[in-house]
Design a protein around this ligand. Structure first.
Ligand code: COA
Length: 144
């Protein structure tokens, strides 16, 4: 059975591996741990894990902030990942449904997700879950 829970500090290793897989890189582990601890402690971040038999098999993170152009708080999904062999079993949907419920309780009406244009399969997932394609994201790399 899959259960969705708020992530804890003990879930760091699983989430570290998920984020590396998502970004196809190996991030500095100590730096990631510092960021993880900091974000976990903030009410503006919601970190959820999906667990099966006590194993972390999925992860969703979300950041909530007040935005003037909505005149309200808006939630944005930052990372979402389900371990490969557990995909297409409804775990992503369960993570998202849990987030929707939590945001409703907090009076947050808008949930957004930014997804790299190469992640065509993920776009299908969000569209199936009634997310509408509304914007383009422009990124400037301010390298020195
Ligand atoms: C997107 C993702 C979180 C969805 O989780 P999930 O548990 O597979 O989601 P569900 O079972 O609720 O829905 C499955 C649907 O998601 C879509 N999907 C998106 N990416 C997929 C993937 N890599 N593999 C399988 N299905 C994927 C498919 O449309 C699938 O429908 P289908 O089973 O009818 O083919 C998960 O597939 C994943 O981790 N993908 C790789 C990382 C990624 O792209 N994350 C999103 C970053 S914005």
């Amino acid at each position: 059975m899959i259960i969705i829970r708020k992530a804890t500090l003990r879930n760091f290793n699983a989430i570290y591996n998920f984020v590396n897989a998502l970004e196809e890189t190996i991030f500095d582990k100590r730096k990631q741990h510092t960021i993880y601890k900091r974000n976990l402690a903030s009410r503006n971040n919601v970190y959820l894990v999906a667990k099966q038999d006590n194993e972390v098999v999925g992860f969703l993170s979300c950041h909530v902030q007040f935005l003037l152009h909505h005149s309200a708080r808006v939630a944005e999904i930052q990372e979402m990942f389900v371990a490969e062999k557990f995909r297409s079993k409804g775990i992503g949907k369960k993570l998202l449904d849990d987030l929707k419920m939590r945001m409703k309780k907090r009076g947050v009406a808008h949930i957004e997700a930014v997804s790299n244009r190469r992640r065509k399969e993920a776009h299908k997932f969000y569209e199936r879950e009634k997310f509408h394609y509304t914007s383009r994201k422009f990124v400037f790399v301010n390298a020195s």
